[in-house]
Design a protein around this ligand. Structure first.
Ligand SMILES: Cc1cc2nc3c(=O)[nH]c(=O)nc-3n(C[C@H](O)[C@H](O)[C@H](O)COP(=O)(O)OP(=O)(O)OC[C@H]3O[C@@H](n4cnc5c(N)ncnc54)[C@H](O)[C@@H]3O)c2cc1C
Length: 482
């Protein structure tokens, strides 16, 4: 049985930045990181575009799991803002949240990101242009590392930590148990109960036992940072330990791919523009998400369901002629329906059922009510960067969501003419799953003293910068208290 001062579950940005900050602040602490995926250099997605063209649903997804987490092969866009990417500021305050994001940025810059650019919407002329067309450009600074430099930063962080922190790869944690006399799971909170989670606190504070396939380890403090891929496991843990949660949101939509020149005036100045739109028909909120200038569209496998995402690279040789971004419609559910993620999964499953994975459709075909077929895609002036099955997204997406996406494409066409061209490609579906929100106090601590839940797995964050900042935040709490 190994005994640690701190155990971190998950080596995504949340877990990495917790470990890094603990090592910096208190090098004497014995820290163990348990990660279900592989070390960075062993993470290889088998899709090569030749022998294996689409997702074969590996047991451990190399894109989502392993050192670097879901962010390892991401575009590495670190948005420094409280406007999107999570609600960390609701727990720790806006100023501190921004400061932590800037601190994370400094670490990235000093670990390989020194030649990357920090873009900003501040004072941009596009704000006005958007407003004039019923669109809203959100405020942010964004450090674009790019997939390649993001990888270098992760390599350097790992090299600096590997002799101070015990990394256990390919070790999914199955269970967390309370230790010590009097350790007892408290009564479940009444549904919808509000207030300070510490009111429902287990007072034992005597540490935790972490169970994995080959054994177990003990610790005084435990940081859980399991991200989106660990969302189902997180739900189980919360049920077992009676940690209150709530869940009511999922974002569903498509990934748009078009010639890079159509968006170049925006992407050259801002790199990523987060634009929101309120539909005229239903007053639903639609937004752009994860813009990848000169990038590629990729598959994403979440719990065996194949959805779509996008990347781009800093390396000029890897740049394509296309830009891609998601258009997402937020769905909030109210009682009695609770499982918003299941709703999103069911829609994604429908596209997987019809297309064997992701479906691609020309915007012109969607507007004319016909499926895209291989011939129409082959004749398309936009060359698809992902091999997806030509099909009909109107058979997959609910009408209200599809109407919202079509409305926003026409709204974007006014600030970036050409967006609504017939040959614009739409890949579906893109789903942004939100983990259920775990009830936490202002220290991001659950109702168990010493059990912290951070990053995307907590439902508090949905981005690299917020997840990383939450890791630094709890590490400082722990280091300060030990
Ligand atoms: C393709 C892609 C592109 C993206 N691009 C961007 C972007 O440009 N900018 C941005 O801000 N965000 C982006 N994101 C989102 C971003 O990656 C996440 O918000 C971020 O990684 C969350 O960090 P995290 O540490 O909370 O979780 P994760 O990065 O998901 O890491 C969690 C880790 O925990 C491990 N784990 C899960 N369960 C267990 C268990 N039971 N035991 C042990 N380990 C476990 C997982 O294997 C994983 O490695 C992207 C995501 C994807 C998939």
């Amino acid at each position: 049985m190994t005994k640690y001062d701190v155990i971190i579950i998950g080596a995504g940005p949340g877990g990495i930045f917790s470990a890094y900050e603990l090592m910096k602040l208190n090098p004497n602490l014995k820290v163990g990181v348990f990660e279900s995926g592989y070390p960075l250099e062993k993470r290889h997605c088998p899709i090569d575009g030749k022998k294996i063209k689409s997702c074969i649903k590996c047991k451990t997804c190399a894109i989502m799991n392993g050192f670097g987490g879901a962010g390892a092969f991401s575009d590495g866009k670190y948005n420094i803002t409280n406007d999107f990417g999570g609600t960390l500021y609701e727990y720790i305050g806006k100023e501190e949240a921004l400061e932590l994001m800037k601190y994370v940025d400094q670490i990235n810059v000093s670990h390989g990101g020194e030649n990357t650019r920090l873009y900003s919407t501040a004072g941009s002329e596009f704000k006005k242009l958007c407003m004039q067309n019923k669109l809203n450009l959100l405020e942010a600074s964004v450090r674009h590392l790019g997939t390649d430099i993001n990888y270098v930063v992760l390599e350097k962080l790992y090299d600096e930590m590997k002799d101070h922190v015990d990394f256990h790869f390919h070790t999914p944690v199955r269970k967390i148990e309370l230790m010590g006399k009097g350790a007892a799971v408290p009564e479940p909170e009444k549904e919808g109960a509000e207030g300070d989670p510490s009111a429902n606190q287990n007072k034992s504070g005597q540490g935790f036992r972490v169970i994995y396939d080959e054994g177990q380890a003990e610790c005084d403090q435990c940081i859980v940072s399991v991200g989106r891929s660990g969302s189902k496991w997180m739900e189980t843990i919360c049920k077992e330990l009676n940690i209150p949660t709530k869940s009511n949101r999922v974002d569903i939509g498509v990934r748009v791919e078009l010639p890079a020149v159509i968006f170049s005036h925006l992407t050259d100045a801002l790199y990523e523009s987060k634009i929101t739109y309120r539909t005229e028909k239903f007053e639903d909120a639609v937004r752009t998400f994860c813009m990848n200038p000169n990038g590629i569209v990729v598959n994403e496998n979440t719990n065996g369901i194949v959805t779509v995402n996008g990347h781009s690279f800093e390396d000029p040789e890897k740049k394509t002629d296309n830009t891609n971004f998601a258009l997402l419609v937020s769905k909030h559910f109210s009682e009695p329906f609770k499982d918003s993620n299941d709703y999103g999964e069911s829609i994604a499953k429908l596209s997987n059922m019809l297309g064997g994975g992701v479906i691609v459709q020309r915007f012109g075909d969607l507007e004319r009510g016909r499926r895209s077929n291989p011939t129409r895609i082959a004749e398309c002036t936009v060359r698809p960067t992902l091999s997806a099955t030509p099909g009909d997204l109107s058979l997959v997406l609910p009408k209200r969501i599809l109407d919202g996406i079509i409305e926003m494409i026409y709204a974007l066409d006014k600030i970036a003419p050409g967006t609504a061209n017939d040959d614009t490609l739409l890949y579906g579906v893109e789903v942004k799953f939100y983990n259920m929100e775990v009830k936490l106090d202002k220290n991001l601590m659950s109702n168990y003293p010493g059990l912290y839940i951070i990053g995307d797995g907590s439902g508090v964050t949905h981005s690299l910068s917020h997840a990383s900042a939450s890791g630094v935040y709890v590490a400082r709490q722990i280091a300060g208290a030990m």
